[in-house]
Design a protein around this ligand. Structure first.
Ligand code: LR7
Ligand code: MN
Length: 635
């Protein structure tokens, strides 16, 4: 027995020894590979960052000085003169911007309901990529400071300032020194391209340098607002195929006022491939209201977790059977019964409740381009950006179409608010003076729009024959990802988009045969209301002479309809289409007339050959009232 004890002691001693050696080896290895250095120093750095973040948060409301709380700055005297003299070159008021603290406070402009959302605590980490070329000092650094100050440190992997080959002196050593002195923990990193890349390749370079789970891109003249990053990260955690845009607030280029004007709009496009803002379509409002999302499910799930004997009912809102209007009128009533054993509401005074829909993601057909977030892996899987695109323009619609067509989705996140200085022009050069928006758009049309590229070229005949470079890799990408067609995108993602030459009675030039003149927008800004004009018919085709006669008898452009009061001799205008009677026109092909349906008056050149004098008049046999359309689809 003594022998047995001794043996087992020896055995235990040897395992003990073995464990000790193993532990020493492990510790030594860890030390050798720098494990302790990293953790101890990064822990210290992290705590400092955390304290700084907390400090900013707690003191933000008490900051004082020009522009604080996002207030406007007005200059006087010499300062104003100086500012005015610079504004043309810099395209914004740099003097006002320089007066404002780089860490200025902002008003929290979110919907109050955003503030009560509790996000999961294990959100992915973001790399924020800020691209710039010759950006002014104060907007650039204010962008970086706002990100560091308003992003919880546990979710901020890094801020990458991606310098696209700027040549301004202050963006060289001075910037490097500022960054090193201000963020010694390295949270803000400067990465420079070796040649002028243009903003599109610059974004890709930034994305490649980034190591976070989520990429967030910002222009170099933004200010992110309170709580901006949590809703983005939480949505991407929930669905990594969602590409997200914050609600974009305006920072005034003259006063630097941060106006909480986020418009709850979605993105659209013109067939000329320019971006436009659109009101949220009705179908999307309905979808958002009917969708059961985690915010709604949460109280039910958590209540049952709390008490599994509870049987729960949501508050029931009415959806009108005709208009499908969703009224948030669910009353806080309870159920009872009558002795005839019918169900009754115990309290018949329902109080209106506010609907939480306002703060849910809004699906959008397109994005403006500059401010967006995506899961880093997903971003690269679906093809990052087209590296063949130069300087500026087009990449925003390209990524929008591609994301939707290749299995992702695009959403605006109402609780995430970011301000952007909208400048009047580009304060930088376009090497070679090329129309980069035009050529980039050709690339996108050729790769993604199938036959619908014809509608782009209607607007950009001038581009036909221009060299747009090699697109074979992008076509390959589309094949590899097995993406939907552009028609699928139009049908499913953007059904409101008007297609001028499909599902219409007739389209093309609206011609008065006697005079050879045609209806013409005279290239007026179609976002405004104006009188429709006339110009000699351009048989080679001119986008400003393309009109469509729709199945519902509108005579229209992409967004605007011919509209008449019906008064004799009154001018016909182009206004947003409403579907109302004053915008309905009957085209009689046998008589070659176009009759204003509500008044019975005839469209009339008024005897002029150009100008904005198209009128309606009592119908006569006069040649001024004869019209033919170029293409008839209802033969
Ligand atoms: O060669 C260049 N290299 C760059 O790095 C040219 C520009 N840039 C940088 C520049 O410093 C800036 O930070 O790229 C960024 C965007 O350039 P801006 O600010 O001149 O562009 P913008 O705000 O006029 O243009 C919008 O459309 C562009 C189309 O290519 C880009 O998508 C921009 O990111 C985009 N900006 C927004 O969407 C901001 C919100 C606008 C709204 C609503
Ligand atoms: Mn910009």
């Amino acid at each position: 027995m003594v022998m047995g004890l001794a043996r087992s002691f020896r055995r235990r001693r040897s395992t003990l020894l073995f464990s000790l050696v193993l532990l020493l080896l492990l510790l030594g290895g860890a030390y050798y590979f720098g494990f302790f250095n990293v953790t101890t120093s990064s822990l210290a750095q992290y705590s400092v960052r955390y304290l700084r973040y907390q400090h900013y948060k707690q003191t933000e409301a008490y900051r004082e000085g020009p522009g604080e709380k996002g207030e406007p700055v007005y200059l006087e005297g010499e300062e104003k003169k100086l500012a005015d003299s610079l504004i043309e070159k810099e395209a914004f008021n740099r003097i006002a911007s320089d007066k404002i603290s780089l860490e200025r406070s902002l008003k929290d402009v979110r919907d109050p309901r955003c503030k009560s959302i509790v996000y999961p605590s294990d959100l992915p980490k973001a790399s924020v990529v800020i691209i710039f070329h010759n950006e002014a000092w104060s907007p650039l650094l204010r962008t970086a400071h706002s990100v560091v100050n308003r992003s919880p440190p546990q979710y901020l992997q890094e801020v990458i300032l991606l310098d696209d080959f700027s040549d301004k002196d202050f963006l060289k050593e001075k910037l490097e020194q500022y960054i090193a002195a201000t963020w010694p923990d390295g949270i803000v990193r400067l990465v420079r391209t070796q040649e002028r890349s243009g903003l599109i390749r610059a974004k890709v370079a930034g994305a490649k340098a980034a190591v976070g789970d989520v990429l967030v891109f910002l222009d170099s003249h933004c200010e992110v607002n309170t709580g901006w990053i949590e809703p983005i990260l939480s949505r991407i955690k929930e669905d990594p195929t969602a590409v997200l845009c914050p609600e974009i607030d305006l920072i005034d280029k003259d006063t630097l006022q941060y106006a909480g004007t986020g418009s709850y709009s979605v993105g659209g496009f013109w067939w000329s491939l320019h971006f436009s803002w659109r009101p949220v379509p009705k179908r999307e409002s309905l979808r958002r209201k009917s969708e059961i999302d985690p915010i709604r499910l949460e109280p039910i799930v958590s209540r049952i977790a709390e008490d599994r004997t509870a049987v729960l009912c949501p508050i029931i809102d009415a959806i009108d059977d005709r208009s499908l209007e969703y009224s948030g009128n669910g009353g806080y009533t309870t159920g009872g019964f009558s002795w005839s054993l019918h169900f009754t509401w115990a309290d018949d005074s329902p109080r209106a409740i506010e609907s939480p829909d306002y703060i849910k993601p809004i699906r959008s057909p397109t994005m403006a381009g500059g401010l967006l977030a995506a899961d880093r892996n997903f971003f690269f899987e679906i093809g990052a950006y087209d590296p063949g695109m130069d300087v500026w323009g087009g990449e925003n619609l390209e990524i929008s179409f591609r994301v939707w067509m290749c299995g992702g989705k695009l959403e605006f996140i109402p609780c995430s608010r970011v301000g952007h200085i909208f400048r009047s022009s580009h304060p930088y050069t376009f090497p070679g003076n090329k129309d980069t928006h035009g050529i980039n758009s050709m690339r996108l049309a050729e790769v993604w729009m199938d036959d619908y590229k014809r509608l782009f070229y209607t607007h950009r005949k001038d581009l036909l024959g221009t060299d747009y470079g090699d697109i074979s890799e992008r076509k390959e990408l589309r094949k590899k990802l097995n993406c939907h067609t552009f028609k699928w995108y139009l049908d499913n993602v953007y059904p409101e988009k008007f297609i001028p030459d499909e599902n219409v009675k007739a389209w093309g030039m609206v011609r008065n045969p006697d005079s050879g003149i045609c209806l013409d927008t005279l290239q007026r800004d179609e976002k405004t209301v104006f009188d429709v004009g006339m110009f000699s018919c351009q048989n080679g085709g001119s986008a400003s002479q393309v009109f469509s006669l729709t199945l519902t008898n509108e005579l229209r452009r992409e967004e605007a309809c011919l509209d008449s009061s019906g008064q004799d001799g009154s001018r016909v205008s182009l206004r947003p289409c409403t579907g109302q009677q004053n915008q309905k026109w009957i085209h009689d092909k046998s008589k070659n007339t176009i009759v204003h349906q509500a008044s019975g008056k005839c469209l009339d050149t008024g005897g002029q050959k150009s100008g904005d004098n198209v009128v309606v008049n009592t119908c006569s046999e006069n040649g001024n009232q004869k019209w033919t359309m170029q293409h008839y689809l209802d033969k």
